[in-house]
Design a protein around this ligand. Sequence first.
Ligand code: TRP
Length: 345
Amino acid sequence: MTEQNAAPQNGAEQQKKTVFSGVQPSGKLTLGNYLGALRNWPAMQEENRCIFSVVNLHSITVRQDPAALRRQTLEVLAQYIACGIDPEKSLLFIQSHVPAHAELAWVLNCYTMFGELSRMTQFKDKSQRYADNINAGLFTYPVLMASDILLYQTDLVPVGQDQKQHVEIARDIAQRFNGVYGPVFAIPEPLIQGPGAKIASLAEPTKKMSKSDQNQNAFVLLMDKPEDIMRKFKRAVTDSGSQVVRGEGKDGVNNLIAIYSAAAGCSPEQTEAEFAGKGYGEFKQAVGEAVVEVLRPVREQTERLLADKAYLEQVYAEGARQAARAAERTLEKVYKKVGFVKKPF
Ligand code: TRP
């Protein structure tokens, strides 16, 4: 953390970095979300000031079923906790509970250019995919994400590769604003974690694993039952070869080796050595079992937490209070800088 980036802190707190990340509650989390993101976050909370949000304001840029959105919001919150994020150590909250996100987003919209938003690859992709609903929110989505990050004087943003461009625009917006008004925002950096490559579809391994795939066997969900996981891996597409080694054009096997290594906590070389001389059938069975075992405690704990709504409510209520307090400090500075008359209450 550089002098200029430092949020006002004191004593031992000064060493701590602020980490912020968010997960959208639109749809179910996949094995890819878990291996690439959630699984790596609990370790960060020991050394840093961690803030994790269920970003439901982002979700409505695409049409949602209201009841499903409400249910999935609590499910993501429960999954955060089930993955090991401790509400006593990290700040956990639901984005729509903290109005400062929408408020800062409006201000930052006025410091973000049409041209730079037009270049965002996710906007280009989504406006193709949802061609009948290219709404303004979809276009300014990165500004809302920048607001999430900048409100908390964030230093580090753990995200998947696909969100790197959004963290970069958050940096650009922060630098632009600071350039005009002085050091208001810390300048965040992306932190890309997880298995080197993206987890691919089990059915068409040249494509990314996606929960919106028509083929249910293409993806594994965090909440899938063991028998479903086993079935999906049994059907996973491989190739006409027979050896469990990585290679050019062996997308299916490469993907399964990446998944096994991530799930079993070993290197791809170790995986190849372990399965030397064994066939694809046996290997797929082993990958399925490894994935079942990593996901089992998360699924079981999520189910227990979802049965305890009072506890979840207590977590998100306290989270909202603390997040609002921190966010208000930044928002107040911003409002003052741009020339708004101080709020009377
Ligand atoms: N756009 C992110 C995604 O779809 C979610 C997100 C919203 C986020 N706000 C954020 C991630 C702030 C990190 C920081 O994955």
